[in-house]
Design a protein around this ligand. Structure first.
Ligand SMILES: [Zn+2]
Length: 251
């Protein structure tokens, strides 16, 4: 029975059992099977793949695997912009960095919004809806569900390895080169709306007495009306973001 050889590189090994990590391994050849289906069948979701080489030549996802092929699979490079472009593009380059997150990533959604990124998140999106919205709105799907990433509608996506929200932010910041994004009170953590400075006089009647007494600089969401001030959870989350961005800076 003919075989093909697959060798996965770098963080793509996270999807493989230990005995297949960082080493070429063989799988049975399947007649008329695309390379995309073959690689996903061994565990690696297609949005994580940045470069496919077959017998040292770049191919795209539609390539039909031949008996004896030697396949090299590499991850997407860290940045969505810049860097060397592969000879064969697996997907069009992203022009904007926008996200959609699955229902388990609410805290990460808040952090990304605080960084100013347009981030779609609701705790009641189901898998087909997430895939369709990611596709239709050209958003990067961040998820802890590998099966969701394998849906063919998903073009841009990433499996978030960490479970701790602060580590998740660090991971996504590195993967998508977000280090230069400024946490600038631009977006509402609650609803993704744009946030603007607001005069205290305008919202004075909405404030708790202690907040009114001690705080003077306020921002308000244009969509949902949420009010933010230094000392609210907004400020605590900004401290997390500064830690993460600082860690990146020190590397
Ligand atoms: Zn809002």
């Amino acid at each position: 029975m003919p075989n093909v050889t697959i060798h996965c590189h770098a963080e793509l090994n996270d999807f493989l059992p230990r005995d297949r990590q960082d080493t070429p391994f063989t799988v049975p050849w399947v007649d008329n099977g695309s390379i995309k289906n073959l690689i996903e069948s061994v565990g690696v979701p297609h949005p994580e793949i940045g470069l496919l080489l077959v017998n040292n030549a770049a191919v795209d996802f539609t390539y039909l695997v031949q008996p004896g092929d030697q396949i090299e699979v590499s991850p997407s490079s860290g940045s969505s912009a810049g860097g060397a472009q592969p000879a064969v593009r697996l997907r069009p380059p992203l022009t904007t960095t926008r996200f959609i997150l699955d229902t388990h990533l609410g805290r990460l959604a808040g952090y990304l919004r605080m960084l100013g990124f347009d981030t779609l998140y609701r705790n009641d999106f189901d898998d087909p809806e997430l895939a369709r919205l990611a596709h239709d709105q050209t958003r990067i799907l961040l998820t802890r569900d590998i099966g969701l990433l394998k849906r063919s509608l998903v073009i841009y996506g990433y499996f978030v390895r960490a479970t701790d929200p602060e580590r998740q932010l660090r991971e996504v910041a590195q993967r998508f080169n977000l280090a230069h994004a400024a946490a600038s009170f631009e977006r509402c953590m609650r609803c993704n709306g744009l946030v603007q400075r607001v005069d205290k006089a305008q919202i004075d009647h909405l404030l708790e007495p202690r907040t009114r007494q001690y705080y003077h600089v306020f921002h308000q969401c244009r969509e949902c009306g949420q009010i933010y001030w230094q000392g609210s959870h907004f400020a605590r989350m900004q401290a997390v973001i500064e830690r993460v961005m600082q860690a990146k800076h020190d590397e």
